[in-house]
Design a protein around this ligand. Structure first.
Ligand code: NAD
Length: 485
């Protein structure tokens, strides 16, 4: 059973059904919140904020560390909902990407404040007893200017379906450690693990600090315009991000937008081709390409193109579809039917334009939303598959020779979330990285967001960012005290 969590109580609502993407069958009934429940949630959060904000950072960290321990101990209760609703395999959900990272994220975010050591396991963690230290920005014999940081108030967190728990918990831990209260709205496609997490958190957190409301897009809109909510942290598509910005402008809420991307991976000619091809393939097809910062385009230097293409396709052909979810570690079905259609249409467009598909593309022999991984050989720069955020297991491989043209092609979209550069010559890789108009560049690694690093989008991939010190700061308001001596 799943419940909305309001004022630390379980609340039923109208009912909707979550679908299993492995089978396209009904999975569980979930509650759907309505506007009255949102109003109760805001009221509860506002009441809790009065006392939560008065705790020291150290006290709030201790609550979050306790929550991380609780999550580790009771992870069986979260695992089934998370695997069921996302279609992720046991390995992916349990060990590799999600629950483990969620516990890490709670620990790291909650311990990240300024000077604290960030370590795993819990016993090694130093917990601060101070509040966030002020910073002296300027001082002379007549004047002292000090910046000091206040919590913002009540945060509305609106989340997508690809990494539902991880992204929700990142917002929860950052908001809470900085002294805010929070209302989380998961995607209606994947609400179960988030609702279970919030339910579990009621045994640890003070009343009303964290609420979770499942709901459709309209509840998202109502959260964005609600006058009792002070900040929106939104992760989702660019189209919805624009609507959220518009709604939030009505009350001039603080807004963080983490949006879509079309990340390029650049392969330089000096790499160990076989090894790098396998690593790039593993990154591209993680969760079947449904990763915001996942590579959506691969640019391979012409000197190694043929060898790389062969090794890449060989690695991709090793990826097996495992209907049970017990065997295949990292490859999943598409999470929902709408996205399944988007990816199938993208493949159809490649076929219509006679681009060469080097492998994959079949969708029919599986009951759920599985698509066997597709590699597209050198489609043109202006083709749909190169320009779109396909968010699925279809990847175009392109050839490059001149660096300036490469950079212009990689930067030639409206988005700028992330990118990768692979090279033995690290100085050259760094030079290329600094020319990319993206929030994060990974050198010699597939995309792997780390809680210590600020995650943000350039161009239409977002406004502001999360994680890292700067991400934490976005959950506070900086006040300046000017003291005339
Ligand atoms: P989406 O934009 O369709 O939905 C995201 C959330 O917004 C859902 O909870 C939805 O119910 C809600 N919503 C819909 N309409 C709304 C409105 N008018 N007002 C307020 N809320 C509304 O995105 P999705 O399909 O769930 O997720 C996939 C997208 O998310 C991809 O584009 C992906 O790149 C992006 N994403 C970005 C990051 C990042 O960190 N930049 C991380 C993960 C996913």
């Amino acid at each position: 059973m799943f419940y909305n969590i309001i004022d630390s109580e379980r609340r039923a609502g109208d009912s909707a059904t979550v679908t299993n993407p492995r089978t396209n069958e009904a999975l569980w009934d979930v509650p759907v919140a309505h506007e009255t429940q949102l109003n109760f949630a805001v009221e509860a959060a506002r009441v809790s904020f009065k006392s939560w904000k008065l705790l020291s950072v150290g006290e709030r960290q201790r609550y979050l560390l306790k929550l991380a321990d609780e999550l580790e101990q009771r992870r069986n209760e979260i695992h089934a909902p998370l695997a069921g609703e996302t279609g992720k395999s046991v390995t992916e959900t349990f060990h590799v990407v999600s629950i483990r990272s969620v516990a890490h994220k709670l620990l790291r975010t909650s311990s990240q404040t300024w000077r604290l050591t960030i370590l795993w396991p819990t016993s090694d963690l130093m917990v601060s007893s101070q509040s966030l230290p002020d910073k002296v920005d300027y001082e002379n014999d007549k004047l002292k200017i000090v910046s000091t940081h206040h919590p913002i108030g009540v945060v509305g967190a609106i989340c997508p379906w690809n990494f539902p728990l991880l992204l929700a918990v990142a917002k929860v831990s950052a908001a809470l450690v900085m002294g805010n209260c929070i209302i989380v709205k998961p995607s209606p496609s994947t609400p179960c693990a988030t609702l279970k997490f919030a339910e579990l958190a009621t045994s640890v957190l003070p009343r009303g600090v964290l609420q979770a409301l499942n709901g459709d897009d309209d509840i998202g809109r109502l959260i964005s315009i609600h006058p009792g909510i002070d900040k929106i942290s939104f992760t989702g598509s660019i189209a919805t991000g624009k609507k959220v910005a518009e709604s939030a402008a009505k009350t001039l809420k603080r807004v963080t937008l983490e949006l879509g991307g079309n990340d390029g991976s650049i392969i330089c000619p000096d790499v160990d081709v076989k090894t790098v091809a396998a690593k790039v393939a593993a990154g591209v097809f993680l969760h079947s390409g449904q990763m915001c910062v996942g590579t959506k385009r691969v640019y391979v230097h012409e000197a190694i193109f043929q060898e790389f293409r062969d090794s890449f396709v060989e690695a991709v052909k090793q990826i097996k579809i495992d209907l049970s979810g017990d065997q295949s570690p990292m490859f999943s079905p598409i999470q929902n039917e709408v996205q399944y259609k988007v990816v199938k249409d993208a493949i159809a467009d490649c076929k219509k334009n006679n681009y060469t598909l080097l492998c994959g593309g079949s969708t029919d022999e599986h009951p759920g939303f599985f698509i066997a991984p597709v590699v597209v050989d050198q489609p043109p720069h202006d083709s749909q598959i190169v320009q779109m955020e396909q968010f699925g297991p279809v990847i175009p491989l392109m050839k490059w020779s001149a660096e300036d043209e490469l950079i212009s092609n990689v930067n030639g979209t409206d988005t700028g979330l992330g990118g990768c550069v692979w090279a033995e010559d690290v100085a050259k890789a760094e030079r290329i990285a600094r020319r990319l108009e993206v929030g994060t560049v990974w050198i010699n690694s597939a995309e792997d967001p780390n809680p210590h690093g600020y995650l943000s989008g350039w161009k239409q991939s977002g406004i502001g960012g999360e994680w890292g010190r700067q991400g934490l700061m976005s959950y506070s308001h900086t006040q300046i005290i000017q003291l005339r001596k």
